[in-house]
Write a protein that binds this ligand. Structure first.
Ligand SMILES: [Fe+2]
Length: 153
């Protein structure tokens, strides 16, 4: 049960974020299988590692949502069906990963600067720290993909 209508607004945005994290998980998991070319082994490992990280993010978002009082059984339909690319081309996969991580950094920054005000302490403070951690991880990924894609042949 959600505390009030502001919490419901925030929870809806957060469910959108969970949907995105599930997309990340499925994307990396699929990319680890489809990636081809002479560097396949190396990137298969990277994408597998990313998928494992995204699995943790999905769990973390689910747990925070439950903590806020969201009924995940009821919300399930709103957090499924997330299109992502399935490609055999390494560069395409890396570019998609970069765009995806950039998108969440921007979404989560917005949660902090615009949306957190919907909540009261102590949840507000806790979720602030939560999103800060998510931003940190995704921004590190952004910077890493940028370096990989620099002068990419
Ligand atoms: Fe993530």
């Amino acid at each position: 049960m959600l505390k009030n209508s502001n919490y419901a607004l925030f929870a809806n945005m957060m469910l959108g974020d969970l949907k995105n994290e599930r997309k990340h998980l499925l994307f990396y998991l699929t990319a680890a299988s489809t990636v081809s070319g002479p560097h396949r082994e190396e990137y298969k490992e990277l994408f597998e590692k990313e998928a494992a990280g995204e699995m943790q993010h999905v769990l973390q978002f689910q747990n925070v949502l439950l903590g806020l009082g969201v009924d995940l059984a009821e919300a399930e339909e709103t957090v499924t069906n997330y299109p992502y690319i399935v490609s055999y081309d390494l560069k395409e996969l890396l570019e998609f990963a970069l765009a995806m991580e950039k998108e969440v950094v921007s979404n989560y920054s917005k949660r902090l600067s615009e949306n957190l005000g919907l909540l009261d302490d102590p949840e507000k403070r806790y979720i602030e720290i939560f999103y800060e951690d998510q931003i940190k991880k995704s921004q590190e990924d952004v910077d890493n993909y940028k370096m990989i894609l620099r002068n990419f042949r």
